[in-house]
Design a protein around this ligand. Structure first.
Ligand code: PHE
Ligand code: NA
Length: 464
């Protein structure tokens, strides 16, 4: 007999799952990371590859990851152990869960620091700190913030405590209501920003940067970054979506809910890009400003529009909330595992996970000030010049998780669901019959997604 529910509980409805998964997906990845990574990787062509990765890799892998969660009904590590056992496969597949937990700690550690920047911006914007400033002034405020490790640490601490408070009580309470109000509000404010971006005169330039592909800007590294962004933004490949799937009712349609989550996430990312790049050009900034991009451009917009203090304050509040509903999903797999295997109380497990991520986060706090010079080494790969491998602690954790660990997790998920589970179990869990929809998805998951991920990896290290 299959388990109908997880010991950690279940979503109150199908809508609750869609909202929770959307809450996990939509976050700093859309509004902070998408614009800055797009800006660093040349714009249009990167965006095109990113959208292809969302459709051909992200969507099919998300369906597979939710399917695994719902079938296993435990933390990702134990889900993978028990499903491999059930299917007569090696226990080694539980590696998917372990890799995911490792990725989760690293992501959570820097995510919380960046969410901390957003928190501090709520108060700065509300206090009128940006009113009347020009670009140099706004950049000065940002640099003042990130050069001060104690302030960054304080905000990082506040955000981590917020996460522990929610996860300790169980991620379900309040999440549904929060996301229900958050998504429309966020979309509304993004539209305000888009209208402002249209009104300032550099809209066409922004759109050209974002949507006109210049294929000379494409190389193996850019494609890897696009694939990494697709995994990061959809919360894929590390178990967050898997554990949310484990709380999903057996009757809900996995395919339909996945399509909804992917569409919502993509819409928010594209709107953020549409809003931000015209402001970048109108302010005389460069798209490759780096992780501070939105923290310099958005205050410029809010200081230039009527009602900017109110809109700006609201926007940063919503950004913090979006980050919050994402980071609780980063904590959940490890917390559930501690509860299952160490028989720990949920409260204790949440505090422990929060504490470890908080300590790791100090590395990111220092990456923008005391430890901002890159550490690493040069590697001669036979190219024109040796490649530098390294960076700040922040940039290395960001790179390693998005571009290596998450796609690797996605690859293993695609291989497990597509090639190792019996077709019968997969069909049984998905419950959409054996028609075109099933066959189409199954073929993409078996062939397109894994081959795509492998090719992107090999190409990025110059092996093909
Ligand atoms: N998808 C989230 C965002 O875009 C980040 C995230 C990644 C959350 C991985 C959970 C797991 O902000
Ligand atoms: Na996202």
């Amino acid at each position: 007999m299959r388990k109908e529910t997880s010991i950690h509980g279940q979503w109150s409805s199908k809508l609750a799952f869609v909202l929770a998964a959307t809450g996990s997906a939509v976050g700093l990845g859309n509004i902070w990371r998408f614009p800055y990574i797009t800006g660093e990787n040349g714009g249009g062509a990167f965006v095109l590859v990113y959208l292809m990765c969302i459709l051909l890799i992200g969507l099919p892998v998300m369906i597979g990851e939710i399917l695994l969660g719902r079938r296993g009904r435990q933390s990702p590590i134990n889900t993978m152990t028990s499903l491999s056992h059930e299917e007569g496969l090696s226990r080694a597949w539980s590696l998917i869960g372990w890799l995911g937990v490792a990725a989760a700690f690293m992501i959570l550690s820097f995510y919380s620091v960046i969410a901390g920047w957003s928190l501090s911006y709520v108060f700065r914007t509300a206090g009128g700190a940006f009113t009347g400033l020009d670009v140099d002034g706004v950049r000065g405020v940002f640099e003042g913030l990130v050069s001060d490790p104690e302030r960054l640490l304080a905000w990082h601490t506040v955000f981590m405590v917020m996460n522990v408070l929610v996860v300790a009580r169980g991620v379900r309470s309040g999440l549904e209501q929060a996301v229900k109000f958050l998504m429309p509000a966020l979309l509304g404010l993004l539209l305000v920003l888009v209208i402002y971006a249209v009104s300032i005169g550099h809209f066409a330039e922004g759109m050209r940067f974002l949507f006109a592909p210049d294929f000379s800007k494409i190389n193996g590294e850019v494609v890897l970054m696009a694939m990494g962004q697709a995994f990061f933004t959809l919360s894929l490949g590390m178990g967050a979506i898997m554990i949310y799937g484990s709380y999903l009712s057996s009757r809900a349609s996995i395919m339909r809910t996945s399509a909804t989550v992917v569409s919502a996430d993509t819409l928010v990312a594209v709107l953020a890009g549409v809003a931000i790049f015209p402001i970048v050009f109108a302010s005389g900034l460069q798209p490759d400003e780096g992780p501070g991009l939105i923290f310099v451009t958005l205050p410029m917009a809010f200081s230039g529009m009527p009602g900017g203090v109110i809109f700006g304050t609201l926007f940063f509040i919503l950004l913090v909330m979006a980050a919050w509903t994402s980071s609780i999903s980063l904590m959940e797999p490890a917390v559930a595992w501690l509860v299952e295997n160490r028989d720990m109380e949920r409260v204790k497990a949440s505090v422990l996970v929060g504490l470890v991520a908080w300590v790791l986060g100090i590395g990111t706090v220092l990456s923008f000030n005391l430890w901002s010079s890159p550490i690493g080494f040069h590697l001669d790969l036979g190219g024109e010049e040796p490649v530098f491998i390294g960076g700040t602690i922040f940039s290395m954790m960001d790179y390693l998780t998005s571009n290596v660990l998450l796609p690797l997790g996605g690859l293993f998920i695609a291989l497990f669901v597509g090639w190792r589970m019996t077709r019968r179990s997969v069909q049984d869990e998905l419950g959409v019959g054996t028609g075109l929809l099933f066959r189409g998805w199954y073929a993409v998951l078996r062939f397109v997604a894994p081959v795509g991920i492998l090719l992107v990896f090999l190409n990025a290290v110059n092996l093909i």
